[in-house]
Design a binder for this molecule. Structure first.
Ligand code: HEC
Length: 442
């Protein structure tokens, strides 16, 4: 009897509009929208319209009802039965019910809560999705003009930096005045401690797809070391690190930013860069990144070699052993292009269970994600990481960039009409308390 009462109480607490009262915007709907939609649906981001205010949302309520009911939005492609992630953006049944019932009830506003909206707007105005303003804003010297000739382009930008002293990084964020133009971006942070190496006397921009692509070699002198390598794909926001973890931004160096622009039919300007957030607390555990497969370790060991014949569906495998001491994974970032159909990664030990890493059963190039683990995933020394990737190079793949289908290779230039099979892992060295640790992602 007591147990039943408890259940009823919990039910009422979780869902006070279930008892017959219609959900209200500010109380019931706005928190769901802000957490799960606004990362993309805000000015400058990848989605076509903002969903920040009451008006933004009510204006499109019919559409919103459709896309949340069908689970088309928010896009979330990982198999949650294989592994669950801290940044899972898919809506719960309860969230969907709240949104749908609110719309069916005629989108009642309820008591306005301007505070959440103003706080969000202030962050958007400051050009960041993080909870505070950046400590260091790095940006291209001048805007890059993307020609409206419907060609895709890979363009690299050099952004030099010099600070009074090195700093502990708490979070980093890719910024752009217009992310709709961009398929993805990667950045490498190179320290250049030697003051005799001039950071400015080389080109600032290289269009890798253009005639002067080999100007890139002017930057070789900056690339002796790399502090960090990160990226942005539609939907990703700030990369923040748990307590005690992060990496150290060197005092002086360059950011080499590679931007993959999608085809644009209008001339457009792009101003891109990074926001960096520092923390005063020490970094006890350095975050490291490893890239497996195309463009990284083991590229040549993909079997069979990554050649995808026209009119075929093909699977490929990569197996790589962890030769370092035990490590704890923070995130997994799978990457393929348009022919991608399925991606699965796991680790196995000589004696022991399979460690699931990530599974994307129905790959979609448009909706990629950096998957953050809830807890440190142990990758013990000697464990073998296996990546299995399937590609559909037939005419029935609507994303196939070639019509009719053609042989597709992976020649390392990362063009999106070629293919990649890559798993990027972010990790720290394993420590004894990690079994019990739950990450506090910001
Ligand atoms: C990962 C980024 C991302 C997230 C998160 C996201 N959207 Fe979208 N949304 C997009 C993009 C990009 C488009 C346009 C492309 C498309 O429709 O496929 C879009 C399109 C839409 C459309 C128009 C659909 C159409 O057929 O034209 C609606 C409505 C929408 N989103 C609502 C939402 C709602 C509601 C949420 C949260 C519950 C949400 N979105 C979360 C990126 C996102």
């Amino acid at each position: 009897m007591l147990f039943r009462k408890g259940l009823v109480l919990v039910f009422l607490l979780l869902c006070d509009w279930c008892a017959g009262q219609a959900p209200e915007f500010y109380k019931d709907v706005q928190p769901i929208i802000h957490a799960n939609c606004v990362p993309c649906h805000r000015a400058g981001e990848a989605a076509p319209f903002p969903l920040v205010t009451f008006e933004d949302v009510t204006k499109r309520s019919k559409f919103i009802k459709q896309v949340v009911s069908s689970r088309y939005m928010p896009p979330w492609k990982a198999d949650n039965h294989y592994n669950s992630f801290a940044n899972d953006r898919s809506l719960s049944e309860k969230d969907i019910k709240a949104i749908v019932e609110w719309i069916d009830a005629g989108t009642p506003k309820g008591k306005a809560n301007a505070k959440a909206e103003q706080e969000l707007q202030a962050r958007l105005d400051a050009g960041t999705a993080y909870k505070r303003k950046p400590d260091l804003k790095l940006s291209m010297k001048e805007a890059f003009t993307l020609k409206g000739d419907a060609k895709e382009r890979f363009v690299m930008f050099k952004i030099p930096f010099e600070m009074a002293q090195e700093a502990n990084v708490e979070a980093i964020e890719f910024t752009s005045n217009n992310k709709k133009l961009i398929h993805h971006a990667n950045f490498a942070i190179h320290p250049v401690p030697d003051a005799s190496v001039d950071l400015h006397n080389t080109v600032n921009v290289v269009d890798l797809s253009g005639a002067e692509g080999d100007k890139y070699y002017e930057w070789v002198k900056y690339k002796k070391e790399m502090t960090y390598y990160g990226g942005w794909i539609p939907g990703t926001t700030v990369e923040a690190y748990p307590e005690d973890m992060g990496w150290i931004m060197p005092k002086r160096g360059v950011v080499l930013l590679t931007v993959h622009f999608g085809p644009s039919s209008l001339d457009a300007e792009s101003i891109d860069g990074l926001n960096v957030f520092f923390k005063k607390t020490p970094i006890k555990r350095k975050v490291k990144v490893i890239s497996l497969g195309s463009g990284g370790i083991g590229e040549k060991e993909i079997t069979p070699p990554l050649m995808i014949f026209a009119n075929e569906v093909n699977s490929f495998k990569l197996r790589i052993a962890n030769n370092q001491p035990d490590i704890s994974l923070l995130y997994a970032w799978p990457h393929m292009h348009y022919l991608g159909k399925e991606f699965k990664a796991y680790a196995t030990q000589a004696a022991g269970d399979t460690i699931p890493l990530v599974h994307v059963p129905a790959w979609d190039f448009r909706w990629q994600e950096i998957y953050k683990y809830k807890k440190p995933v142990l990758l013990p020394k000697g464990a073998v990481v296996t990546v299995e990737a399937t590609y559909d190079n037939t005419a029935s793949n609507p994303a196939n960039p070639h019509n009719p289908p053609q042989l597709v290779l992976s020649t390392g230039n990362m063009r999106s009409d070629q293919e990649m099979m890559t798993l990027i892992l972010m990790y720290v060295d394993r420590e004894p308390g990690d079994d019990a640790l739950v990450f506090k992602w910001n």
